[in-house]
Every structure is written in structure tokens, then in C-alpha cells.
Design a protein around this ligand. Structure first.
Ligand code: G6P
Length: 369
């Protein structure tokens, strides 16, 4: 057991630290920026379907659903195809409108989640094309799909998903770039720049992992909190949801992820001097807006932990704790900004004495409906 954990105390920590490698592996053979090489084997056969798709529906559960939300932003931004992201369990039971031109992307680490499998069977019966993104080779969802792309995260043992999430986002980013380039919705120069930046992500994740010690200190401070609020906008909104999910899954602290601007329609009522508020506020197109959201939290004495871009001069003056992550393209932000949130939930859970690799009531793969 200790050999399998490679010297780490838990599988989850090992898997968090494997991410520079698993992200790299998920783009290997698919992206070489210097050669202008961007391909995805499973995509080729269905290229025309993707180019002409009127809409894409993404179905998934849990953390994979959060990767799907990131993909909605990516595909709409880069490929200009309308995207809907559905919880597989809702989609399959609500008589959805599905037509033959639709493409359904199913995202699943295990490839065995019963609701996701049933959702794609339903979509298939209505004539949609199914593109599967799975981590486990030969899994049920991979086999039930018309085409797809594997993430190459390697086996994920910790119940709380970490490296599978970043691998999914990596593959979905490549997919959005490929569809966009085929549809002519991304300028060549922008595409090239993104290719280079995506290749640099493993090194940036490596750098973000150096925050570990600092996050141990912050975890010490907040480990006894009964509640926690996670806020983000744009590409960091799904990251806020994922950060909150990680914390509740393994530390049993009640946590909510929210779009920062929606805070004023409810969660703001919860904020007082005891409420930790984790704001993911990297420098992107919604930066100014999220700075004002931080002011709103501060005015109500919330305890602010801010994830910012390296060198930020404004937010550190407003937040109690600041975590600086390397700068990257806005489109790729989730791959970097999620890292400190994984570490934060891990350390808090360990300090609370929780079984991080096998949290109570949860299963790695939910094969029942
Ligand atoms: C379970 C796991 C989660 C996972 C979800 C979806 O709830 O505990 O970590 O995100 O299932 O699993 P999948 O294998 O379909 O990605």
C-alpha cells in the first residue's frame, strides 16, 4: 500500500502531485505547438458532424459535470456552437429534446456511472452522436460511445477526483480548439498562442504545487469552520463549484460554490466575521467585477482567502490570505486555479482526522441509479 502511494500519505495527495504529468499525458500525441500539430484521433471520423453541429449537449455527474461546465465556456468561446451541460440523472428522466444533428459529449472518469450511461443510451436511441471522454479504457461508456478521446490520467484511487478533472479539462480544451480551428471560429494567431500556452500548463501546475506549504498554514486557520463559501466568475465559476465539492466530500464541512455576482441574491445573507469566503479572482476579463464582489464580502466582515494571479497588487490589500498562481490564458485558468483548492480541501480533511481516500457514504464509481 505504501509503495503504491509512492511515499505520499494518501492516494489523493499523490494524485494531486501527479497532475503535471497526467495533464501532459492527456495531450501527448495530440498537441505539438512547434509543429502546428493539433489532432485528436477519435474526432476525425466525426469531424463533419462537429463542424455542422447545431448544438452540443454535455452529460456527466459530479466532478466530471464540473469539467463539462468548463467545456461549455470553452466550446462556446472558441467554436461558437451552443452548449448545454446536463446532470445525466436529470437529462435521462425529463424527456429531453434530442435530434439527429445533436452531439452528446459524455464525460466520465470511470466510464461506469449508471446515470451517465443511461443518458447516452437515451440520446443514442434518438439518433444523436455520442462522443465519450473517459479515463478507464474499455469501460462501459467508452464502449457505448460512437467516438471519443481518452484522458490519460492513469488510475485514480482517491474517491475525490483530482487528476481526472484536470485531464478532462485538458482534453476538452483540445477538443474546443480543434472544433474552433475546423470551423474557422478562432484566428490562427490566437490558436497558436493557445497551443503554446497549453503546452506550458504542466510547468505552471508544477509551480502551483509549490504553494503546498502555504496552504497547510491556511488550512490550520480554517479547519474548524462549519461552513465555507467559494466564489468565482467566468472560467472560475466551475472551479468554485469544484472547490466546494472537494471540501464537502472529504472534510464534511458544508461548502457552497456560487457565481460571485449571484452572491447578492442569497448567500450574502450568510456572510459575517465567521464565514470563510474563498474567492477565485485571477486576472481575466471579469477581474474588475470580482474585485467589487470582494469588497462586498469585506464590508460584511467575511474572511477572505483569495486565489489571484502572481503579482496582483490590488486584492492582497483586501484579503486576509492570498494564494498566488502563475498567469495563463483565461481559457486555461481552471487548470491552474483548481490546484490550490484541491490542496486546501486535502489538508483540512487530514487535520480533521477524516479518511480522505475513502470518505464516508461516497463511492469512486456510482453504478446504481
Ligand atoms: C462519484 C465520485 C466522483 C465522480 C462522480 C462521477 O460520485 O465519487 O468523484 O466525480 O462519481 O464519476 P465518473 O466516473 O462518471 O466521472
Amino acid at each position: 500500500d505504501s509503495i503504491e502511494k509512492g511515499g505520499y500519505e494518501h492516494f489523493m495527495l499523490k494524485e494531486i502531485f501527479e497532475q503535471p504529468r497526467s495533464i501532459h499525458d492527456s495531450m501527448r500525441g495530440r498537441l505539438i505547438a512547434a509543429n502546428n500539430h493539433l489532432i485528436m484521433g477519435g474526432f476525425r471520423e466525426y469531424e463533419n458532424k462537429f463542424i455542422n453541429a447545431k448544438r452540443i449537449i454535455i452529460v456527466a455527474c459530479g466532478t466530471s459535470w464540473h469539467a463539462g461546465l468548463v467545456a461549455e465556456y470553452l466550446i462556446e468561446d472558441l467554436a461558437r456552437i451552443p452548449v448545454e451541460v446536463e446532470y445525466a440523472s436529470e437529462f435521462r428522466y425529463r424527456n429531453p429534446v434530442i435530434t439527429e444533428g445533436d452531439i452528446v459529449i459524455a464525460i466520465s472518469q470511470s466510464g461506469e456511472t449508471a446515470d451517465t450511461l443511461a443518458a447516452i443510451e437515451l440520446a443514442k436511441s434518438k439518433g444523436a452522436t455520442i462522443f465519450g471522454i473517459c479515463n478507464v479504457v474499455g469501460s462501459s461508456i467508452a464502449r457505448a460511445s460512437d467516438a471519443g478521446a481518452y484522458t490519460h490520467a492513469g488510475p485514480e484511487i482517491g474517491v475525490a477526483s483530482t487528476k481526472a478533472f484536470t485531464a478532462q479539462v485538458t482534453v476538452l480544451t483540445l477538443l474546443a480548439m480543434i472544433i474552433g480551428s475546423k470551423r474557422g471560429t478562432i484566428e490562427d494567431s490566437k490558436l497558436r498562442q493557445l497551443m503554446i500556452e497549453l503546452e506550458n500548463i504542466p510547468a505552471k501546475v508544477e509551480k502551483a504545487l509549490e504553494l503546498n506549504e502555504k496552504i497547510v498554514e491556511i488550512s490550520e486557520e480554517f479547519k474548524d469552520a462549519p461552513n465555507c463559501l467559494y466564489l468565482g466568475r467566468g472560467y472560475n465559476f466551475p472551479v468554485a463549484l469544484e472547490g466546494a465539492l472537494k471540501l464537502k466530500e472529504i472534510s464534511y464541512i458544508h461548502a457552497e460554490g456560487y457565481p460571485a455576482a449571484e452572491m447578492k441574491h442569497g448567500p450574502i445573507a450568510l456572510i459575517d466575521e465567521n464565514m470563510p469566503v474563498i474567492v477565485i479572482a485571477t486576472r481575466d476579463s471579469s477581474y474588475e467585477k470580482i474585485v467589487s464582489n470582494i469588497q462586498e464580502v469585506k464590508a460584511r466582515k467575511g474572511r477572505i482567502i483569495a486565489i489571484v494571479t502572481e503579482g496582483d497588487q490590488v486584492i492582497p490589500a483586501m484579503a486576509e490570505y492570498v494564494i498566488e498562481v502563475p498567469e495563463t490564458s483565461e481559457f486555461l485558468t481552471p487548470l491552474v486555479s483548481v490546484i490550490p483548492l484541491q490542496l486546501l480541501s486535502y489538508h483540512i480533511a487530514v487535520m480533521r482526522g477524516c479518511n480522505v481516500d475513502q470518505p464516508r457514504n461516497l463511492a469512486k464509481s456510482v453504478t446504481v441509479e
